[in-house]
Structure formats: structure tokens, C-alpha cells
Design a protein around this ligand. Structure first.
Ligand SMILES: Nc1ncnc2c1ncn2[C@@H]1O[C@H](COP(=O)(O)OP(=O)(O)OP(=O)(O)O)[C@@H](O)[C@H]1O
Length: 287
């Protein structure tokens, strides 16, 4: 995975306001003895025009935080705002519209439609919403991402890095207030991963976008302006202007300084300094 962050002028301007905000954000899965507290009264401000990374051990609540901030998941308690709009309490239909109109998403598995070419994939969410893309903006995004020569190609005719660039362009196409990227480099080799991180960086620095990225990779986090560290459903630390080395060092504190995760004890309790286990993949307890 990418380790080296190139020199860049981070956060070209001072952050101008708050793109998203949470207060007392709590998310519990399950009930009774099997309750898992995925987020424990989290307060967070996501600065507009900045690149924020979210890191933490497996099961610390990174994806849950992203899903709650993006209105993809309901909260158990607390409040979430996108800009000035409180999204907690919105009906599903209103949330769908809000996500469609104001948020861009990038996932590890690019989620491109195989039968559509790159250009069609990029504008698909806007086409579904019946919105006309701003052609000038779209051209800027396409050129910034170096996709001009690939627009007629289908996903199968593109490399992994190119596919993720298309996914990045799709997230940017409607000029959303906020882009959420969940492990956007997770499926890429290190060169393609670096490229995508560079483009996310450019989206922030040159296009004025706001990006929140969940990642396991200190190298990827090193491209951000601010890293939020989650543990046991709480934000336990943050780092401005991170470097990969500093992030790696900070992450070592979660692993008892050994570099290998400290295991949960056989009694299943999360003891201080241990990392709670996540539910087995594919079989989460639904609430
Ligand atoms: N649908 C669900 N049902 C029950 N528990 C869940 C569900 N989703 C997440 N959890 C639990 O909530 C906690 C936080 O999970 P989350 O996926 O947010 O962590 P994460 O930091 O993103 O983990 P990873 O790095 O492994 O992706 C974990 O203990 C997890 O098992």
C-alpha cells in the first residue's frame, strides 16, 4: 500500500466552516446482553475544504461513523448535521434526496456499472436524479483526473486505478458538499493507490472539495490534513498535518507497541489496551 506522501500544499485555504457535525453521536447494535456500542457519544466537526482521514483498529467504529455522518445509517442517540441541515430525524425519502444531492461516495469496490462506459458511469447518479451536469465543472473534474481519453471505455477495459478514478469523478460530478471515501485505495496496488490519493488531494486543493476518508493505511492517511483516531467508538486523538510515519507511530499505541494487535482475552471482555473483536464478517447481529 502507499506509504509515501508527496510534498503538497495542504488545505490551500483556511477551512471555511463546518461541512458536517455530530454531537453525542451514539450507535448501538443489537439489544440486551449482545448490545455492541459502535459509537459512544462522539462529538466531531468536519472542516469544509479539508481532507480528513479516520483511522483506528478494526471494529473501532470508523465505518459506522462514516455511515451515520452520511445518513446511510440511523443513530441511537445524538445529532448529526450536514452543513446547517440536521439529518437525524429526517425521513428515509428525505435522506435519500440529501445523499443524492449533497454527498459523494467512493468505496473500495469501485461499484461501477459494467455495461456503461466511463462517461456514463460518471454521470449516472445525476442522470437518475434527473439533474443536468454542469459541463464546465465536469470537464474540470475529468481533466483533473486525467480521464479524457478513457471516457468511452467500459470498466473492464480500464485498470483498477483508472476505475477508481472514474469512481472518484462520479463522486465529484455533482460537486457535492462532502465526499466520503471508504478505503478508496484498498483494492489498488501502491502506485494506483498513490495516484488516487493524489487526485483526492487535488479535489480538495484545486477544486475546493471536502473529503472524509476511512482507511487502515497510515500512508494513505499521510495525504490528509487531519487524522481522527477512533478506539472503542470514541475519538481518542487527532493529528494535524500528519505524516505516514507519525500516523504509524500513533497506531502502534493501539497495539501495545508491538506492532501486532493485542487480542481480546478469552473471556471476550475488552480490557484496557485491547482491541475489541468485530463480529464475524458477513454475520453481523442486525438490530
Ligand atoms: N450491522 C451490525 N450489527 C451488529 N454489529 C455491528 C454492525 N455493524 C458494525 N457492528 C459492530 O460495531 C462495531 C464497529 O464496527 P465498524 O464496522 O464501524 O468498525 P470499523 O472501525 O469500521 O472496523 P473495520 O476497520 O474492521 O472495518 C464493531 O464491534 C462491529 O462488530
Amino acid at each position: 500500500m502507499p506509504t509515501a506522501a508527496p510534498e503538497h500544499a495542504r488545505g490551500h485555504a483556511e477551512a471555511d466552516g463546518i461541512a458536517a457535525r455530530a454531537r453525542g453521536l451514539t450507535k448501538a447494535y443489537g439489544s440486551g446482553e449482545t448490545t455492541v456500542l459502535a459509537l459512544d457519544a462522539v462529538d466531531v466537526d468536519i472542516a469544509r475544504g479539508r481532507f480528513t482521514a479516520v483511522m483506528g483498529p478494526s471494529g473501532s467504529g470508523k465505518s459506522t461513523l462514516m455511515h451515520c455522518l452520511a445518513g446511510l445509517d440511523t443513530v441511537s442517540a445524538g445529532q448529526v448535521w450536514l452543513g446547517d441541515t440536521e439529518i437525524t430525524g429526517l425521513k428515509e425519502r428525505e435522506l435519500t434526496r440529501l445523499r443524492r444531492d449533497r454527498i459523494g461516495f467512493m468505496f473500495q469496490s469501485f461499484n461501477l456499472i459494467p455495461t456503461l462506459n466511463a462517461a456514463e458511469n460518471i454521470t449516472l447518479p445525476m442522470d437518475i436524479a434527473g439533474q443536468k451536469p454542469d459541463q464546465k465543472w465536469l470537464d474540470e473534474v475529468i481533466d483533473t483526473l486525467g480521464l479524457r481519453a478513457r471516457l468511452r471505455h467500459r470498466p473492464s477495459q480500464l485498470s483498477g486505478g483508472q476505475q477508481q478514478r472514474v469512481a472518484c469523478a462520479r463522486a465529484l460530478a455533482s460537486r457535492p458538499e462532502l465526499i466520503f471515501a471508504d478505503e478508496p485505495t484498498g483494492n489498488l496496488d501502491s502506485r494506483a493507490g498513490l495516484e488516487v490519493l493524489g487526485f483526492l488531494r487535488q479535489a480538495v486543493d484545486n477544486l475546493g472539495q471536502t473529503v472524509v476518508m476511512v482507511t487502515h493505511d497510515p500512508g494513505a492517511a499521510g495525504h490528509s490534513d487531519l487524522v481522527l483516531f477512533l478506539a472503542d467508538g470514541r475519538i481518542v486523538d487527532e493529528m494535524q498535518r500528519p505524516t505516514a510515519e507519525a500516523v504509524l507511530e500513533r497506531m502502534r499505541l493501539f497495539t501495545g507497541g508491538t506492532g501486532t494487535p493485542v487480542q481480546v482475552r478469552p473471556d471476550g471482555d475488552a480490557h484496557p489496551g485491547t482491541i475489541p473483536e468485530k463480529s464475524p464478517e458477513g454475520s453481523p447481529d442486525k438490530d
